[in-house]
Design a protein around this ligand. Structure first.
Ligand SMILES: [Zn+2]
Length: 455
């Protein structure tokens, strides 16, 4: 039972264990109320193209990036939302429990691909293990199904097909790029037109796609929307909800197998200016700074949240947040020894290859897994903070054979305002995932989706 979110349980999937884990992965996907995904790429390609103000051109650039580069790991977090009614001793009705399983798929594209040096530097700073990737990554080939593709074989491509068959709501953070890479890597060659791509997506994910970056910027109006920031805000919100005796979220990691590891969520990369309260404005706005770990100003997200709260001038809210933050920081210090013990105790499930201090490289190469978890958690907190009791049948859309786009506890009017809207950086309108009467789905998709459903 893990009340605080200092650690996340991540199961790493490689070509060594996928056979063994396959059935339980599918079972956990089947049970989920929604599935959060995050992809780590070897680069995106031409920067001026991928940030082009014209969205059609941006799409074309990202497609060519997805053809020349590869997905090097894929994170998937399955969230099952349920009330805490199973715990009969706990009479508080205002806790929503979420049973969570997090996977980190290590992938290896079997065709030549480009690696951007900046992407590699970033990945290494976050503990990505290239040796492991080349030794045990799950092999895959991009584009349309190749003649040697066998859908019965357990591969990342067949897993993606299973995801489509399950028709679960999909949650991403800044998901436009990820969706293009997922499509190109595990599904089919991307259509040449953006409108066709959007139409294809609406058929592939009929239960809807949610983008937590869009939600954060346009529904929550937060001061920043990079993932770690958004996740930490969600954690603070949960602390507030608990204190105010409002509906709160309780996460339980349900899967513990001999491939799972505890990953510390103390995610801020250690950094020269850790003691300085001088916040890096670049990092505070974008969650990224060109100077990286060499920057002399603070990239600490707790400090950045504090800074934004001070600026916002809402004293009551500021004090609440500050006390919650100080509590978090204090608790982290107190628990660092405890965590060490726990790691040693769980030695049989812990395969930590870094010999340095745990906190220095906290995602331990499971970044896409923890990113998928943070994305799912942020979405779960959105649901919890607007929670509505629902009739029994809508609250349990997971029964076999029953298909629904309902998410337990999420009110329909809120759902309507956020479903199928993808965040576009530099734009104040989202990209709509839909099929209009003027646009057709692509040929590759119409052929592939039939094979997916039939296999
Ligand atoms: Zn900086």
């Amino acid at each position: 039972m893990m009340e605080s979110l200092d650690n996340v349980v991540v199961t790493e999937v490689t070509d060594e264990n996928i056979q063994q884990l396959w059935d339980s992965i599918l079972a956990n996907m089947q049970e989920a109320s929604f599935i959060a995904i995050d992809a780590e790429m070897s680069g995106l390609g031409d920067k001026s193209g991928t940030m082009h103000p014209n969205i059609d051109q941006r799409y074309t650039s990202l497609c060519s990036g997805a053809r020349s580069h590869s997905v090097i790991s894929l994170g998937m977090a399955c969230f099952k939302m349920c009330t805490n009614s199973s715990n009969s001793n706990d009479c508080s009705a205002n806790i929503i429990k979420s049973c969570v399983v997090v996977y980190n798929f290590v992938l290896l594209c079997a065709e030549p691909y480009t690696i951007d040096p900046t992407a590699v530097k970033f990945l290494i700073e976050h503990g990505f293990n290239f040796n492991k990737q080349f030794a045990n990554g799950l092999p895959y080939k991009k584009g349309n199904d190749k003649p040697d593709y066998d859908p019965k074989q357990h591969s990342i491509r067949s897993l993606f097909s299973e995801l489509l068959c399950l028709r679960k709501p999909l949650v991403l953070h800044n998901g436009f790029t990820d969706l293009i890479f997922l499509y190109q890597s595990f599904y089919a060659d991307c259509p040449s037109k953006l409108s066709a791509f959007m139409a294809d997506l609406s058929e592939m994910f009929p239960a809807g796609i949610y983008d937590t970056k869009y939600i954060t910027e346009f529904v929550d109006h937060a001061s920043a929307s990079y993932l770690l920031y958004v996740f930490k805000l969600a954690c603070l919100k949960n602390t507030d909800q608990k204190k105010g005796n409002k509906t709160s979220l309780n996460v339980e990691f349900v899967e513990h197998n001999n491939h799972s590891v505890l990953v510390s969520m103390n995610c801020d990369v250690k950094h020269k200016a850790e003691k300085s309260n001088d916040v890096c404005m670049k990092f505070a706005a974008y969650g990224w700074c060109i100077k990286g770990t060499a920057c002399s100003k603070s990239h600490n997200t707790d400090e950045i949240i504090k800074f934004h709260m001070q600026k916002s001038g809402n004293r009551k809210r500021k004090n609440q947040v500050e006390s919650a933050l100080n509590e978090t920081i204090k608790k982290k210090k107190e628990e660092s020894d405890l965590t060490k013990c726990e790691f040693q105790k769980n030695n049989e499930i812990e395969k930590n290859d870094s010999k340095g201090p745990k906190t220095s490289n906290s995602s331990q190469g499971h970044r896409s897994g923890t990113d998928a978890f943070m994305t799912g958690y942020t979405f779960a907190m959105l649901v919890v903070s607007h929670a509505q009791q629902m009739p029994e049948e809508t609250a349990n859309p997971n029964k076999i054979g029953v298909y629904s786009n309902a998410i337990p506890f999420l009110p329909q009017d809120l759902q309507k305002s956020i479903i199928n809207k993808l965040y576009l950086s530099g734009k104040n309108i989202p990209l709509q995932v839909c099929k209009s009467s003027f646009t057709k789905t692509s040929k590759n998709h119409t052929e592939k989706i039939i094979r997916v459903y039939l296999s």
